[in-house]
Design a protein around this ligand. Structure first.
Ligand code: LLP
Length: 424
C-alpha cells in the first residue's frame, strides 16, 4: 500500500495534491511520501518479529535506491541502518544521523581512501568481495593501527530473475567469491592481525519476485556458516542482502516481506547468527513518484500519438536502461476512451522513450502525469544530461511538504565549471 491516492478527484501524496506541488516547485519533480516510507520499513521489520528465533535483524536500507538525506533520516529515525557502496553514501548516512554501528560498506571496488574513511568513521562492517580487496583492507587497517571488521561476500551462483543488468548472483557476475574461496579467505582473515572476520554476506540480485532462488541461496549460505564453524571459525553475522521486488504493474500475488521472512526462518532458523538485510527497492519504490507535465501531444496520423513530457531519461533512466515498466497516471482524469500514447521526453535520442503505445486516458498539453513506483533508483540515478537541471525532490508528511533537494539554477550549474586558464 502507498499513500498516492485520489483526493477530491485528483492524485495526491498523503494530504498534498500533486497539482499544488507542481505549482510550488515546478516540474519535473520527485515526490516522496513519509507515511509510505515508514510503513514499508515497519512492514519489513515486523515480518521478522513473527520469527523470534531469528532475533531482531539489522535492516540496513540500501542507500543507492534513494539517497536523499531526508529519506535516510526518515528511515534512520525508525532504527534503520544503511547499506552503502561509496564514501559518499557513508557520508550521507552519517549526515542523516545513522550511527556507524548500523552502517555496512559493500561494493566490488573500494578505494584505499574509502576504506580508510570507513575504518575511521566507525562503520560496523566492510563486506569484502575478493582476495585483493581483502588484502587492501588489511593494509589500510594496518596503516591506521586498527583491526577491520569484515564479512566475506559470496557469489552463490544462483540465477534470480530480474533484468540481466541487475542480476548479481551468477558465477559469471563480478560480485563476490565462490563458497570454496570464501572458506579459504575467511580462515586467512582469522589469522590476520588486522582483520576481524565476523560473518558472510550475499546479495543475488534486484527486483526478485520469485522466492525460490532466495531459498536456494540462503540454504547454501547456511551450509557455509556451518562449514566454517566446523573448522572452529567464529561466524556471528549473516548478511542476506536485498533484492525483494515490487509490483511495477498488476501482479496477482507478489511475494511480501512476510513471505520473505518465512523463507529466511525456514532456511536460517536456529543458526544463531545476527542477521542483516539490505532492502532498497521494497522500501522506497512505491514511496515516490516522478511528476511531469505534458508539453504537447504530437499526433502523427498515420501511425503514432506522442505525449511529449518535460521529464526525460536523465530524470528517470530506468525505462531506457532496463526496459522498465512504470505505471503512468494522469493527476486529473479526463473523461473519454483510452488512447495509445508513446510517452517520451525531450532528449534527442530515441532511447528517451518511457513507453510505447501505452493505453492511457486522454492527455492534453499542460496536463500533469505521475510515474508511479519511482521512489527507488529514480532521483538517485538522475543526471544533468543535455544540461537539464538536476530534478528536484520533495518530501511530504501529512499535509506538510519540504523541498529536500532544490532544482539547481542555471547559474549554479555553469559556475561549477571553471574555464581553462589558456582559454580566458
Ligand atoms: N545490497 C547490494 C549489495 C546491492 O547491490 C543492492 C542493489 C541492494 C542491496 C539493494 O537491492 P534492492 O533491495 O533495491 O533490490 N538500478 C537498478 C537496480 C540496481 C540494484 C543494484 N544493487 C534498477 O533501477 O532497477
Amino acid at each position: 500500500m502507498n499513500h498516492f491516492e485520489l483526493l477530491n478527484g485528483e492524485l495526491a501524496c498523503e494530504g498534498v495534491p500533486l497539482t499544488a506541488i507542481a505549482a510550488a516547485v515546478g516540474t519535473p519533480v520527485y515526490v516522496y511520501s513519509t507515511a509510505t516510507l515508514r510503513r514499508h520499513y515497519e512492514v519489513f521489520t515486523n515480518a521478522f518479529r513473527k520469527h523470534p528465533e531469528l532475533g531482531q535483524p539489522l535492516v540496513a536500507y540500501a542507500v543507492k535506491a534513494n539517497s536523499n538525506i531526508s529519506v535516510l533520516k526518515t528511515l534512520g529515525d525508525l532504527g534503520a541502518g544503511a547499506d552503502t557502496v561509496s564514501e559518499g553514501e557513508i557520508r550521507r548516512a552519517l549526515a542523516a544521523g545513522i550511527p556507524g554501528e548500523r552502517i555496512v560498506f559493500s561494493g566490488v571496488g573500494k578505494t584505499e581512501a574509502e576504506i580508510a574513511f570507513a575504518l575511521t568513521s566507525g562503520v560496523s562492517e566492510i563486506n569484502v568481495e575478493s582476495e585483493p580487496e581483502m588484502l587492501t583492507v588489511a593494509k589500510v587497517a594496518q596503516g591506521l593501527g586498527v583491526r577491520a571488521t569484515i564479512a566475506i561476500r559470496v557469489n552463490p551462483n544462483v540465477a534470480a530473475g530480474g533484468h540481466a543488468k541487475i542480476a548479481t548472483g551468477k558465477a559469471e557476475d563480478k560480485f563476490g567469491v565462490s563458497f570454496d574461496e570464501a572458506a579459504r579467505l575467511y580462515s586467512n582473515a582469522a589469522n590476520n592481525a588486522h582483520l576481524n572476520p565476523v560473518g558472510v554476506a550475499c546479495h543475488i540480485g534486484s527486483q526478485i519476485t520469485d522466492l525460490e532462488p532466495m531459498r536456494k541461496a540462503f540454504t547454501l549460505m547456511r551450509g557455509l556458516v556451518e562449514k566454517l564453524r566446523a573448522q572452529e571459525l567464529k561466524v556471528e553475522r549473516l548478511d542476506l542482502g536485498g533484492g525483494l521486488g515490487v509490483p511495477y504493474f498488476h501482479m496477482p500475488d507478489p511475494p511480501t516481506p512476510d513471505d520473505f521472512a518465512a523463507v529466511v526462518a525456514e532456511t536460517i532458523g536456529g543458526l544463531g547468527v545476527q542477521l542483516a538485510f539490505e532492502p532498497g527497492r521494497v522500501i522506497a519504490a512505491n514511496a515516490g513518484v516522478l511528476l511531469a507535465r505534458v508539453l504537447h501531444i504530437h499526433e502523427r496520423p498515420e501511425n503514432r500519438r506522442f505525449a511529449v513530457l518535460d521529464a526525460a531519461m536523465n530524470d528517470l533512466v530506468r525505462p531506457a536502461m532496463y526496459d522498465a515498466y512504470h505505471d503512468i497516471r494522469p493527476v486529473r482524469l479526463r473523461p473519454g476512451p483510452l488512447l495509445a500514447y508513446d510517452v517520451v521526453g525531450p532528449i534527442c535520442e530515441t532511447g528517451d522513450t518511457f513507453t510505447r503505445e501505452r493505453m492511457l486516458p486522454p492527455l492534453e498539453a499542460g496536463d500533469l502525469v505521475a510515474f508511479m513506483s519511482a521512489g527507488a533508483y529514480g532521483a538517485s540515478m538522475s543526471s544533468e544530461y543535455n544540461t537539464r537541471p538536476l530534478v528536484p525532490e520533495v518530501l511530504v508528511n501529512g499535509d506538510q511538504l519540504a523541498v529536500v533537494r532544490p532544482r539547481p539554477s542555471y547559474e549554479d550549474m555553469l559556475a561549477r565549471e571553471p574555464v581553462a586558464d589558456w582559454l580566458t
